[in-house]
Design a protein around this ligand. Sequence first.
Ligand SMILES: Cc1cc2nc3c(=O)[nH]c(=O)nc-3n(C[C@H](O)[C@H](O)[C@H](O)COP(=O)(O)OP(=O)(O)OC[C@H]3O[C@@H](n4cnc5c(N)ncnc54)[C@H](O)[C@@H]3O)c2cc1C
Length: 422
Amino acid sequence: MPASPSSSAVTASTALETDEHRALRQAVAALGARYARDFFAADGTGSGPGPDSGPGPGPGGKGEPTTKTRHIQDLWQEAAKLGYLGINLPEEYGGGGAGISELAIVLEELGAAGCPLLMLVVSPSICGTVIARFGTEEQKRQWLPGLADGSRVMSFGITEPDAGSNSHRITTTGRRAPDGSGDWLLTGRKVFISGVDISDATLIVGRAEDSRTGKLKPCLFIVPRDTPGFEYRQIDMELHAAEKQFELSFDDIRLPAEALVGDEDAGLLQLFAGLNPERIMSAAFALGMGRFALAKAVDYARTRQVWKAPIGAHQAIAHPLAQAHIELELARLMTQKAARLYDAGDDIGAGEAANMAKYAAAEANVRAVDQAVHTLGGNGLTKEYGLAQLVTAARVARIAPVSREMILNYVSHQSLGLPKSY
Ligand SMILES: Cc1cc2nc3c(=O)[nH]c(=O)nc-3n(C[C@H](O)[C@H](O)[C@H](O)COP(=O)(O)OP(=O)(O)OC[C@H]3O[C@@H](n4cnc5c(N)ncnc54)[C@H](O)[C@@H]3O)c2cc1C
């Protein structure tokens, strides 16, 4: 049996959701189901351009097209046309006027169908949110309609080789050009930045000198991919995903004054505004993958028989699957809470909930995938069933955008008031 979309999807409990949310889940699930079969049949390893390939907007449209990236490009475009990509962006700039709650539903349901769109975590959610909340009128007009209709994509770069989890240590620095033009000169290095090759620009987190105090403070810059001197190199990852990770380096690249998002004093607020959606969307990504894996395992356990009853009748197989289902459901509850707080404008309350949601969903996903692989016995490790590749993929949400340990640190210090070791 080829790896295909699950025939009995593990559906999300929608008891606490509105009718609109339920309808959105159903519609996105139907879209995902249409794409999933081809998505998983695609090799994703760079099979080269096919007859229908060619550069176009959206993920998969700007790098070397592979079978998998073409499917992603098509899905991205259709999701855009249906209004899902920009569902969280303001209506006046072409978005749907809803919130992160709705965008998280879109990502979870696509993932549960077997075709997650990683760039949803970044482009409309982090970058779209930061620009919608803090960008100048010009930046909003320039970027938001394209992010909403899928014709433009943005990546997000904060991680640096020598800073990692300690983002206070980043050294990417912007300074005003000495010629008085107001332009910026940006220098730095970034690592593990997703989707740079398929993005029109990367939202780079750096620092700039405060003209009053002389101290360095956070600033966000929009850096178009074709900026002279902006170099990106693909990192060889053990991930079967169409979205690749990149190392960036740039040395005194020149950016116009308008590359700075909003005003110079709001950098820290901008950063925090982007981090909650990032964590909530990472949780949705993990939830979708966990449901996808669980559905495969449940299907298999129901029909695979080597004694007198299907293996799913043995509690050693059934209970861990039930446990995985419970853990995913619990993680979704926290994700819904975080999204609701965020959409209600409670950034502080959302901060704790978003961290907890990302933690819970990532851990639930790692366990669901592990149990799913185990349930299939030897078939769990075959390419045909496509579950083994999820073992690595499931680890991503445990590490990024903030690691399990850093969330435990956050909860230890912020929620429990315990002292810091660092
Ligand atoms: C697939 C993928 C996609 C990514 N996409 C992006 C992207 O688009 N943009 C972007 O900016 N970044 C991205 N990242 C980077 C990601 O956010 C970082 O990998 C993550 O923040 C951890 O940083 P690090 O890898 O440098 O690990 P390190 O900071 O070196 O940490 C290594 C280990 O030490 C632990 N550790 C570190 N400090 C502490 C502490 N104080 N207490 C306890 N444990 C600690 C960590 O939890 C971790 O287990 C991506 C990463 C991956 C894997």
